[in-house]
Design a protein around this ligand. Structure first.
Ligand SMILES: C[S@@+](CC[C@H](N)C(=O)[O-])C[C@H]1O[C@@H](n2cnc3c(N)ncnc32)[C@H](O)[C@@H]1O
Length: 383
């Protein structure tokens, strides 16, 4: 990986070559161009790893991308009902696993800490539940970590550096828009066979291209696939699910993973980029643009099942929240604050309607095999 020390060298590269448009120029743009110039094209996965997670200039290592003043907003940032419904899920699931007097509650990628704040305040009347919580947050962004310290100050919690540091306790794990931050590989079927989508350089500018893949990878891809078909895979996401599943299989527990994505791969390119709440060019302003793609829930499900877990859904976020009682909560909020009725209706619509977040956003449930009812999932949706 390129280091900060390479930056001067990378900028020198631009002095020697044709400059890209000023808008695209960021320290990472220069560093990536220099690397490609020296070593050849890099895969989409390597590009995403750099632009999202570079230790100094990566998108998730600096600033505060989430929120109305960031590049995108999330369900918990739009409505307290999001975190409250996840709180109801946690409470009911804690009861379903036999009310352990101590359990680990883990949030993956808590961002501004808003979901957790709503979850904890929404369940504050359940003292026995609160007494049993050992709270853990997995967060790589230093600025978010500080914000979580401030916003969750009344509660005791620990930041985890690695999932291996989880205590040997039953685990309830929640994660919203966490898996869409992981790099993905894209394989593309071309007339000369399967290749990997990559980023190269043309006249000093970053462009999409393709690179060869290993024979062992090519043979597992469908030889009859249509030209242009794309297969996406996120090995790092599967590692996380594997680790969480092993913990739950050993110590008990359950989880809900929420994200945008598909249950059945469509063969299409789902890579996209967001900046200041608008879609933008994936290759522009690396490190200052969110580059993301749809989560492949079928792969997450397969991985958890391979580790012996029972997997529920995915179901649409709208169906999940409706099952958890969001309509009743909206009614209560409207009654308590009639002047905010229109806002509450708008929040409800955004979270559950198929035209907004209701179906593109999905919820995958993980539990041990002996679970017979999983809160939030209609019985007929069981797998
Ligand atoms: C898209 S944001 C979602 C934030 C929050 N869950 C929400 O719904 O508002 C992704 C979050 O995951 C964190 N994150 C991304 N990659 C991570 C990693 N590898 N380890 C830990 N946290 C990570 C980001 O810093 C951010 O807090």
């Amino acid at each position: 990986m390129l280091s900060l020390l390479n930056l001067g060298q990378a900028m020198a590269f631009f002095r020697r070559s044709q400059l890209p448009d000023k808008d695209s120029l960021t320290p990472l743009y220069a560093m990536i161009c220099e690397q490609i110039h020296k070593e050849g094209p890099i895969s989409v996965e390597a590009f995403m790893r750099l632009v999202l997670h570079h230790p100094v200039f990566g998108y998730y290592r600096q600033g505060l991308p989430v929120g109305l003043d960031g590049d995108f907003s999330t369900g918990p940032e739009h409505s307290q009902m999001f975190g409250e419904m996840i709180g109801v899920w946690c409470f009911e699931t804690w009861q379903a696993i036999g009310k352990p007097t101590s359990f680990a509650l883990l949030e993956l990628g808590p961002g501004r800490g808003t979901l957790m704040k709503s979850l904890l305040s929404g369940t504050s009347a359940r003292q026995d539940f609160h007494d049993a919580i050992q709270l853990y947050l997995l967060e790589s962004n230093v600025t978010f970590r500080q914000m979580q310290q401030e916003r969750l100050a009344p509660y005791k919690f620990m930041h985890l550096d690695s999932l291996d540091d989880l205590p040997p306790l039953p685990l309830l794990v929640i994660g919203n828009e966490f898996f869409d931050t992981f790099p993905m590989r894209q394989f593309i079927r071309l007339s000369r066979g399967w290749r990997e989508r990559a980023i190269g350089l043309k006249h000093g500018r970053l462009v999409f291209c393709d690179i060869a893949i290993r024979h062992e990878e090519a043979v597992i891809l469908d030889p009859k696939a249509k030209k242009g078909q794309i297969v996406e895979t996120s090995p790092q996401s599967l590692d996380v699910v594997r680790c969480l599943s092993r913990h739950m299989a050993t110590h008990g527990g359950a989880g809900v993973l929420i994200d945008y994505g598909y249950d059945v791969p469509t063969g299409e390119d789902t890579l996209f980029a967001l900046r200041e709440h608008k879609h933008t060019d994936v290759l522009s302003k690396p490190g200052e643009t969110d580059v993301t793609g749809d989560v492949d829930f079928s792969a997450l499900r397969r991985t958890a099942e391979e580790e012996g877990l029972r997997v529920w859904g995915p179901v649409g976020q709208g169906a999940f929240f409706s099952q958890m009682g969001i309509h009743i909560r909206a009614l209560q909020l409207r009654r308590n604050s009639p002047t905010h009725a229109a806002e509450i209706d708008e929040e409800l619509y955004r979270l559950i309607h198929p035209a907004v977040m209701g179906t593109w956003f999905k919820v995958l449930g993980l539990s041990r095999q002996n679970f017979s009812h999983f809160p939030g999932f209609p019985e007929h949706k069981q797998n």
